[in-house]
Ligand binder design. Sequence first.
Ligand code: GLU
Length: 481
Amino acid sequence: MAMVRTRYAPSPTGFMHVGNLRTALYEYLVAKSQGGTFVLRIEDTDQERLVEGAEDVIYKTLEAVGMEYDEGPGKEGEYGPYIQSQRRDLYAPYAHQLVKEGKAYYCFCTKERLESLHNEEGFGGYDRHCRDLPQEEVDRLLKAGMPYVIRQKVPLTGATTFHDSVFGDITIENKEIEDQVLLKADGYPTYNFANVIDDHLMHITHVVRGCEYLTSTPKYNLLYEAFGWEIPTYVHLPLIMGKNEDGSVSKLSKRHGSTSFEGLLEEGYLAPVITNYIALLGWCPKDNREIFTLEELRKSFSVERISKSPAVFDYDKLNWFNGEYIKAMSDEEFTARAMPYYREVFGEEEEPWQVLASILKARISKFKEIPALLSFFRELPDYPVEYFVNKKSKTTLENSPQMLSAALETLRQLPSWELTAIHDSLIGLAEKLEVKNGTLLWPVRIAAAGTLVTPGGAMEILRILGREEALRRLEEGLAKF
Ligand code: GLU
C-alpha cells in the first residue's frame, strides 16, 4: 500500500475554531496512526477572504498542541511551496489543458449577466451559456481581449458516486452540479480547483475534512476523472453540535461558549485537554477510554472508529477533563501554573506551596478558580457563631469554646509550625480530651477560615496561615462566645 499522506489545508480566515482544530487533529492522526506523513498547506488564493494574522494563528496553534507537520511552510519537502499564493502560476496550465481536451471551456459571461441569472426563479447555478459557443466565436472573443473564466464541462447526464470512509456511498445526479469555475478572470485558480491540483501534486492519499464538504466532493471527483488522476480516500467528519439551554442541540456556535482554541485557553482549559477532548468529538476507542496524550492518540486512533453521528461539544465534560489533568499533575507543575493566581491572594509572600497543592489539586477544574477558593486566607470573613455548631462533628455552642481554648494552649507551645507537628499535636489533644477528632477540628477550622466550606482541613489551613495569624484567628473565634 502506498505511504499514507494527509494534509491540513486551512484557509487563513480567522481564529482556530474547534472544528478546524479537529480537522487538523484527525488529519494528523490518520497519518500518524499509519506511520504516514502530515502536510500543512495554506490555502490563501482567495485573497478577499484573508485575515491579517490568521496564518500565524495556525502555526501557533499547531505548535501549542504539539502537532508537528512533516512538510509545510518553513519545512519544505519535495512538493513545495506549501502556500498556495506562492504556487499561483502553476494552476492555469492545468485549466487550459482541460479546455484543449474539450473538458472545460472559456466563459465570457459578464458579471451583470451572471447576476441577472440569480434573479430568475428556480436558478440552479450557471446556465451553461458559453458551453457550446462555436469555436470561431471563442477565437474572436479571445482575440478581442475579452475577459474570461474557465469552467469545467460537467456531464449533463448520469450520476457521480463516491465512497466516503465514514459516510459510505454517496450519489449525486450530475445535472445538479454546476459547471464550476476553475480559473478566474485574473488568471488565479478558484479554491476548489487549486485544492484538487495540489492534493494530486502533493500525493495526498487521504482527504480528511468536515462533512460540510460532502456535497461538493462529486465536483472534486469530476475533476480527478477529467485529468485521469487517482481519487484520494475521503474521510468526512461528523458535525459538531453545542448543547442549548433547553437540552436540545444545534450547530456549535458562540452562544454555546468559547469555540476557538485561543478562547478556550483563555477560559482556563489546558492545551492537551483541548486536544484530548476534541479527539473524542467523532471518534471513540473500543474500550471507551477517555484520557489520551497526543502520543497515545497516535497509537490508538483508527479511521474505522470515526462515527458519522453528530458529536456534542459539552463544556461540563471539558471541565471534567481539565480537572482530571490537573489532578494528575506533579506538585511542581501545579504550583508553577497556579502561581499567578496565588499572587492575587498572597502577594509576593512565600507560602507552603506543597500544602496548597495538596488541598487544591483535586478540587479545581480550572486554575482561575483559585483566588475565590483562597480568599479567606487574605481576609477572615465576618461569620456567625452558629457556624461552630455541627451535628456530625458533635460540636455545640457549649463545647466549641472549650475545644478552641484547648487547641490554643497546645498550639502556642508548638516548637515548629510544620504540618506534621500541627497534625500530631491536635490528634494527640483530641485523644487526651477523649473526643472524636472532628469535635476538636471543626471549631478550629471554622475559627481559622471563617467559612463553612474550605479546601483542605483545619491543619492545612493553620499551616498556610502561619503561626501568628492562625493563633490570632483562633483567639478571635473564642472571643465570639
Ligand atoms: N481550505 C479548506 C478549508 O479551510 C480546506 C478544505 C479541504 O480540506 O479540502 O476549509
